[in-house]
Design a protein around this ligand. Structure first.
Ligand SMILES: [Mg+2]
Length: 384
C-alpha cells in the first residue's frame, strides 16, 4: 500500500481545527487532526505532501521522525512544525487501523478501559454570583459530567471579552493584589459548593502568576481539594514550578504548551508537577503521547490530556487514554457542543461524561463533511 495524496481542511471551533486526509492506492483513507498550528501548520503539511506520496503508510513512527529530523534546523522540537507532523501522524494511525480492520487502541497495545472519563471546561465567568454559577454548573452536571474545570484568572489575551470586564488592573504583571487573590478563592469556593461533594473541580490560571502568588493561592485553595490547579506560572521554568508543587497539597498540573517527550522529560523527572496534561493532537501525536504517559507513570504521575480539538482529535486522544494505566481524565469544552453534534455522523461521542471507545476500525469516527464545510476556517482551502 502506498500513499497517493495528503490534503487538509480547516474548521473554526475553539481554535483552528486542522484536519488531514491521507489517501492510498488501496482505497483506504485516514483522517487526522491537529490544533494550535495555525496557517503555518497547513503550509508545512502541504510542503510535505509530495514527499509522502509513494511512501508506506504503516511506517508511522519512522515517517514522523524522518520528517522531524529534516526540520531540526528550522526548530523541529516544538511549535507549529511538530503540530503539523502530529496531524499527519494521527491520519496515518486512522488509516492503518482501517487497513487492518482494527481500532487504534488495539494497535497501540490494547485498552485498559472502555470508558474515557471526560471533564467539562465550563463557562463560569469572573463576577458571577452564586445563582449564575449554579445555573452553569447544573447544566454541566445534568449533561452527565462528573468533573469540571473553571478559569480562575482573567484572560489577558482577549478571550471571552473578559479583559475589558474591569477585573484586571494590569494585563502583563504577574501579581494579583489582595482583592484579586480573594476573588479567585471565592470563585473556586462557590463552584465547589455548587458542584457538590462528589464532583471533581479543576481550576486554570493560564500561567498568570508569580511564584509567591501561586503558592499563596494554591495553599488558600487546599481546603477545596481541587482535582488540580493548572499552570500557575509559565511551564518553562521547571525548578520554580517544582517549588510551587512542593509547597502545597493542591495538585499542580501543566503541559498544554509543551512538545514531544523532550519537552516533558524534566517536568516529569523532577516531579515539578503532580499531573501532566499534554495536548495529544498538538504536541506529537498518538505514539509520542503514549510514551509521555508511560514516562509519567513510572514517576507515579497521572495523565490528564488537554483537549480543544474537534471530535476527530478528541476521539484520537481517547484511544491513547484507553491504552495507558495512569489516565485520569480528558478535557472537553462546553462551548463546543453545538458545533460538535452537527459534524459527527452518528451523533454525540460524549455521553454521560464519558467517551466509550468502540471496536470500529481506525479512530472509529466519521465526520459529516457537508455540514462541517459550513464551519470552514476563513482563508483556508477545503481538502486541497
Ligand atoms: Mg489550560
Amino acid at each position: 500500500m502506498k500513499i497517493t495524496s495528503v490534503r487538509t481542511a480547516a474548521t473554526r471551533g475553539h481554535c483552528m481545527h486542522l484536519w488531514v486526509m491521507i489517501e492510498t492506492d488501496a482505497g483506504v483513507t485516514g483522517l487526522g487532526e491537529c490544533v494550535h498550528g495555525g496557517h503555518q501548520a497547513i503550509a508545512i503539511i502541504q510542503e510535505f505532501a509530495p514527499k509522502l506520496v509513494g511512501r508506506d503508510p504503516f511506517a508511522i513512527d519512522a515517517i514522523f521522525e524522518e520528517m522531524r529530523r529534516s526540520l531540526v534546523f528550522e526548530g523541529g522540537f516544538a511549535g507549529a512544525l511538530i503540530t503539523a507532523l502530529t496531524g499527519i501522524e494521527i491520519a496515518l494511525w486512522d488509516l492503518k487501523g482501517k487497513a487492518l480492520k482494527a481500532p487504534v487502541y488495539d494497535l497501540l497495545g490494547g485498552k485498559f478501559r472502555d470508558d474515557i472519563r471526560v471533564y467539562c471546561d465550563c463557562e463560569v465567568e469572573p463576577g458571577m454570583n452564586m445563582d449564575e454559577i449554579k445555573r452553569v454548573v447544573d447544566e454541566v452536571l445534568e449533561a452527565g459530567f462528573t468533573a469540571l474545570k473553571i478559569d480562575l484568572d482573567i484572560f489577558a489575551y482577549g478571550h471571552h471579552g473578559s479583559e475589558t470586564a474591569g477585573f484586571v488592573k494590569d494585563r502583563f504583571n504577574m501579581t494579583p493584589d489582595r482583592w484579586e487573590h480573594d476573588r479567585m478563592v471565592q470563585l473556586a469556593e462557590m463552584v465547589v459548593a455548587a458542584a457538590g461533594p462528589t464532583v471533581e473541580v479543576a481550576a486554570d490560571l493560564h500561567t498568570r502568576l508569580d511564584k509567591h502568588s501561586a503558592i499563596r493561592l494554591a495553599r488558600d485553595l487546599e481546603h477545596l481539594k481541587l482535582m488540580w490547579l493548572e499552570e500557575p506560572i509559565p511551564p518553562e521554568n521547571i525548578d520554580t514550578m517544582r517549588e510551587i508543587t512542593q509547597a502545597t497539597s493542591t495538585p499542580i498540573c501543566a503541559g498544554e504548551n509543551l512538545y514531544l517527550r523532550h519537552g516533558f522529560r524534566d517536568l516529569i523527572e523532577k516531579h515539578a508537577v503532580d499531573i501532566i496534561m499534554p495536548d495529544i493532537p498538538k504536541c506529537g501525536g498518538l505514539s509520542e503521547c503514549r510514551k509521555i504517559a508511560n514516562m509519567a507513570e513510572i514517576y507515579s504521575m497521572p495523565f490528564a490530556p488537554h483537549n480543544v480539538s474537534s471530535p476527530i482529535g478528541t476521539m484520537a486522544s481517547a484511544h491513547v487514554c484507553a491504552t495507558v494505566p495512569n489516565f485520569l481524565v480528558l478535557e472537553f469544552h462546553w462551548f463546543h457542543r453545538d458545533y460538535w453534534s452537527t459534524i459527527t455522523d452518528g451523533g454525540e461521542i460524549i455521553k454521560d461524561g464519558k467517551i466509550t471507545v468502540t471496536d470500529r476500525p481506525g479512530i472509529g469516527l466519521d465526520l459529516n463533511f457537508d455540514v462541517a464545510k459550513a464551519h470552514q476556517y476563513p482563508g483556508t482551502t477545503w481538502f486541497a
